[in-house]
Design a protein around this ligand. Structure first.
Ligand code: NAD
Length: 252
């Protein structure tokens, strides 16, 4: 039988990259998926792909940085599925979208910083808040997408790095506050993964692939595997933990 049979899930940023790959992987293991994205057409494409594979999916438009939209996203998922067991808070932007590509800390404008924090940190806070309220005493799993930038500094990415360190702080705080309610909260830290985001921020800098002992970029599926496992009962004692998949970069 499948790992997530009878389970329901919600993935933010499900219209592209790691979010889409994870939505598909959750569906392959039997979970119904609420695919959320700021771009509704992208979310709908993911949902359609899941349905083509015989799965159950529903697409929702929401900007995770806007409280009312996050609230509405959770109500829509609850209306559609009755309950949601596994959440993957993955939506995020890179330095290009926040107008901070190539800028060192002192070159950052307040607006650049604010945009990054709004989406990559406040967005995760807002999602967690309404997810936890919706889960109540039923329990479930939350996985937050941080980054190796949540564990180490990245050059010319101070706002991104600060936001991702913050995501790890939120993960650990919620894990100790809600462990008793049966809510497990964990974070994944991808290294450099081949997605549209990394292509934009690096212009596919060939050195990126060599920045880890395995000499290659990771695939979206390699992160999706971790998300599926963490969302399942196989990870039943993992809570407040940080899972790195970076080809050994942090070890080097
Ligand atoms: P991507 O750009 O391919 O996909 C991100 C998706 O999130 C897009 O569909 C986008 O529309 C959506 N999104 C962006 N802002 C949103 C918002 N405010 N509300 C709702 N949806 C929004 O990027 P990706 O590489 O798949 O990255 C996904 C996550 O993984 C991000 O949090 C990123 O920081 C993290 N990450 C990526 C890498 C990498 O190497 N690609 C490494 C570490 C961490």
């Amino acid at each position: 039988s499948k790992l997530l049979e009878e389970k329901t899930s919600l993935v933010t940023g499900a219209g592209s990259g790691i979010g889409r790959a994870s939505a598909l992987a959750l569906a392959r293991e039997g979970a119904a998926v609420c695919a959320v994205d700021r771009h509704i057409e992208a979310a709908q494409e993911t949902a359609e792909e899941i349905r083509r594979l015989g799965g159950r999916a529903h697409a929702v438009r929401a900007d995770v940085a806007v409280e009312q939209e996050v609230k509405a996203m959770i109500s829509e998922a609850m209306d559609e599925f009755g309950r949601v067991d596994c959440y993957f808070n993955n939506a995020g932007i890179g330095t290009v979208e926040s107008n901070s590509r190539g800028k060192s800390l002192a070159q950052l404008e307040l607006a650049d910083w604010q945009r990054m924090i709004d989406v990559n940190l406040t967005g995760v806070f807002l999602c967690m808040k309404y997810e936890i309220l919706a889960m109540g005493e039923k329990g479930g799993s939350i996985v937050n997408n941080a980054s190796i930038g949540g564990l180490q500094g990245l050059k010319n990415a101070a706002a991104y790095t600060a936001a991702k360190h913050g995501v790890i702080g939120l993960t650990k705080s919620a894990a100790i506050e809600y462990g008793e309610s049966g809510i497990r909260v964990n974070a994944v830290c991808p290294g450099h993964i081949l997605t549209p985001l990394i292509m934009k921020s690096s212009n596919l800098n060939p050195d990126l692939a060599r920045m880890n002992p395995m000499n290659r970029l990771g695939t979206m599926e390699e992160i999706a595997e971790l998300v599926v496992w963490l969302s399942s009962s196989r990870a039943s004692f993992s809570n407040g933990a940080v899972f790195v998949a970076d080809g050994g970069r942090l070890a080097a």
